[in-house]
Design a binder for this molecule. Structure first.
Ligand code: GDD
Ligand code: MN
Length: 384
């Protein structure tokens, strides 16, 4: 009897190993729903769809293409209807008018039956041959979010004029307080469907990716370098209203500000209050108590530093008031004094050697010593 059970168990183990080996368990059904929003793309859609089909076939991607057309006046919709007859994995969604890029993507995903949701532009700006590089890591469980990125090593932009480069870079810098993703303005990305929190997403404007980065639950995000090539046919649809929507969205992202950025602002503010305290004490002790001003300055420095220490401990870095005060106070003082010395050295260097006006030199020198103070204390005194 027991040998029958043993045989049975061995057989089950073998079957489990076989399914894992063949990828059925790890890679169970990872279909891709790739959305492509279109508005006046009649010269691009057919070529794009053909290229995507080839990419799907070559890399054995189980994928569907969902095109969301906003009643393009150039007749893109009609071309799509014809293509649909010949293509079984093509879904076409027609909307009544130009309702915006982000909302088109979300609407397309609603139609998707895949476990992985993706998006790319219709104007052949995004390299179709990179689809599998975004898809495979998610399929294999190495990532749950992949972004085709122009701003990581080996990423590039081709044929963009100076204005577009500056606009894109500026928009990207504006997103830095919220995310360390290098290219959160990309329009080419994939994510596991169950990571997306659809309810919270704001569908106004062009910048859906940043919304998703901030509002989704994912563990492994990968940026894959791509070369973005400017369209050769048709015109870009990004206009002034897109900039306004973007700025509007940014204003609503207050609660998503990264911890390090918040800490830096609080730390700077504490430093500013400390400087006012320093000057106040110096004035009071010198004028009213009659202490020699250089001694007053030392006392003022110690008082301001002590204020900075406690406020940073409790407010900036969120620590308990009483935890290891002595040890941390000594570290904080050493870093403050070191930063002060560096400040003086740079003040001297900028003024005497480079010849900058001394007040401007001091602004630069304060900037440098602030960095030393902040990073020194964040990573040495108040490290988590
Ligand atoms: N359905 C629909 N509705 N599609 C739209 C709309 C719209 O209102 N507006 C634009 N599209 C489509 C275009 O047809 C194209 O396929 C894609 O969205 C991107 O639009 P472009 O007009 O090519 O915009 P772009 O080149 O300025 O913007 C691209 O670069 C940005 C990064 O710099 C896009 O990739 C953006 O997604 C990306 O953020
Ligand atoms: Mn484009």
């Amino acid at each position: 009897m027991s040998s029958i059970i043993e045989m049975f168990l061995i057989k089950i183990k073998y079957l489990i190993r076989l399914t894992i080996y063949n990828g059925y368990l790890i890679n169970r059904n990872m279909k891709l729903s790739l959305v492509i929003p279109t508005y006046n793309e009649k010269g691009n859609v057919q070529k794009l769809i053909e290229k995507i089909q080839e990419e799907f076939k070559e890399n054995k991607i189980d994928g569907e293409i969902i095109i969301v057309d906003d009643n393009s006046p150039d007749g893109t919709g009609r071309i799509l209807e014809n293509l649909k007859k010949k293509t079984k994995n093509l879904i076409v969604v027609h909307r009544e008018g130009k309702l915006g890029l982000s909302s088109a993507v979300l609407e397309g995903w609603k139609m998707g039956s895949g476990e992985i949701f993706g998006v790319m532009d219709a104007d052949l700006s995004h390299p179709v041959e990179k689809i599998h590089e975004l898809y495979n890591p998610i399929k294999n469980g190495d990532a749950d979010f992949t972004i085709g990125s122009r701003y990581v090593k080996d990423g590039k932009i081709e044929n963009w004029n100076f204005k577009r480069r500056v606009m894109s870079k500026t928009a990207t810098y504006f997103s830095r307080p919220f995310t360390n993703v290098r290219d959160p303005m990309s329009g080419f990305f994939m994510i596991r469907k169950d990571c997306v929190n659809f309810k919270d997403l704001n569908s106004k404007g062009f910048k859906l990716l940043l919304e998703i980065i901030l509002k989704s639950k994912y563990k492994h995000l990968k940026e894959i370098p791509i070369t973005f090539t400017d369209r050769t046919l048709g015109k870009s649809k990004a206009g002034k209203s897109e900039i306004i929507f973007y700025l509007e969205n940014l204003c609503g992202y207050k609660k998503y500000v990264r911890r390090g950025v918040k800490e830096f602002f609080k730390f700077s503010l504490v430093g500013l209050i400390g400087a006012v305290i320093n000057l106040g004490v110096l004035y009071l002790l010198t004028e009213y108590v009659g202490i020699y001003y250089l001694f007053s300055a030392i006392v003022a420095f110690v008082i301001a530093m002590t204020h900075n220490f406690f406020l940073n401990k409790v407010w900036t870095f969120g620590e308990e008031m009483k935890s290891s005060v002595c040890k941390k106070y000594i570290k904080f003082s050493v870093i403050s004094i070191f930063a002060l010395i560096v400040n003086l050295i740079f003040l001297y260097f900028f003024t005497e050697i480079i010849g900058i006006y001394y007040l401007i030199s001091q602004v630069l020198a304060i900037g440098i010593s602030l960095m030393i103070n902040f990073f020194g204390n964040k990573f040495l005194t108040f490290k988590k």
